[in-house]
Design a protein around this ligand. Structure first.
Ligand code: SAM
Length: 289
């Protein structure tokens, strides 16, 4: 089998298949030979596990996953890569390549169909950067039967996703990730590890999906609405950020904050998960009155 992280091999494949990189599809292919084996090891791929990969490219990570996992299902949007993957993955009988947009496919049905004989399911991917957060949020919010999500993302996104809730680096996506999972930064990957080389470094993170959400928020719609309103104007005080976008009336915000014991001039980025959940439950309570 050819070495799919070798630049000469990639160029040969591209030439024979008349393939050129699409920037719009986030096509930066891995050329650092140590990265894919590490990702495959650390994502939990083993003989009991089905692995869902998003964006296999020419199959460099897919092959490492297939060597370890029971089964691999790899979703690729770019139809020009399908004949390439036919060629590069032909030695594996446990890989299924699915043509489609990961944001539009019925992943629950795909998992049920492909991984019926697997004890657990993991996601592993070098994500296209233009949809990093939407993909991660879709995977978490749709409550797929997935135990862990191990993904390569831009370093800045990794820092944001893995930041502590209540820290200055946190954002709405940080809170959402901590609600559904326990995030962890596994290792950094330099920009020179990709072809073409992007302008920024990357990192591999793992989100270990919780069996139950981290906190009781009363109502998820209210909780995430509150988090979005708060972080959309994160430099404002909570009394202002929760009211200026119309999420709460001024007197409701004052009451919910007071009941939660949170000073009205606090910024949302200063609240930990327990305080956010408490505030959300108070808003739910107020709305029921
Ligand atoms: N896994 C390969 C690697 O590590 O070298 C390629 C990773 S590249 C960063 C991202 C891949 O995702 C590309 O193959 C791209 O065509 C594919 N892709 C982009 N948008 C997609 C989408 N919405 N659904 C599925 N695949 C997508």
């Amino acid at each position: 089998m050819s070495n799919l992280s070798d630049i000469g091999t990639i160029k040969d494949i591209m030439q024979r298949h008349g393939f050129s990189f699409s920037k719009g599809l986030g096509q930066n292919f891995l050329i650092n030979p140590s990265v894919c084996p590490r990702m495959a090891e650390q994502c939990g791929a083993d003989a009991r596990t089905g692995v869902l990969e998003i964006g296999p490219g020419i199959g460099v990570l897919t092959a490492e996953l297939a060597r370890r996992a029971r089964k691999v299902a790899a979703v690729e949007l770019d139809d020009r890569l399908l004949p390439v993957l036919d060629e590069t993955l032909r030695d594996f009988d446990n890989v299924r390549v699915v043509h489609g947009d990961v944001m539009k496919l019925d992943l629950a049905a795909l998992i049920a169909e492909c991984f019926a004989d697997c004890e657990k399911v993991a996601v592993c991917a070098n994500l296209p950067y233009y949809i990093t957060s939407p993909v991660i949020m879709m995977l978490l919010e749709s409550r797929l039967p997935v135990s862990a999500i191990t993904v390569m993302v831009q370093k800045e996104a990794a820092d944001r996703l893995c930041a502590g809730v209540g820290s200055r680096e946190s954002g709405a996506v940080t809170v959402a990730v901590h609600y559904y999972a326990e995030p962890e930064l596994l290792f950094k990957v330099s920009r020179g590890s990709f072809m073409p080389s992007p302008n920024v470094d990357s990192a591999v993170i793992r989100l270990s999906v919780r069996e139950e959400p981290a906190v009781d928020v009363g109502d998820e719609g209210v909780f995430f609405g509150m988090v979005r309103a708060g972080f959309s104007q994160r430099r404002k005080t909570l009394a202002n950020s929760l009211t200026s976008g119309g999420f709460l009336k001024r007197e409701e915000a004052a009451r919910a904050l007071a009941d939660a014991g949170i000073p009205a001039n606090t910024r949302i980025e200063a609240l930990d998960m327990g305080q956010l959940a408490n505030l959300s439950r108070n808003i739910v309570h107020l709305r029921c009155q």
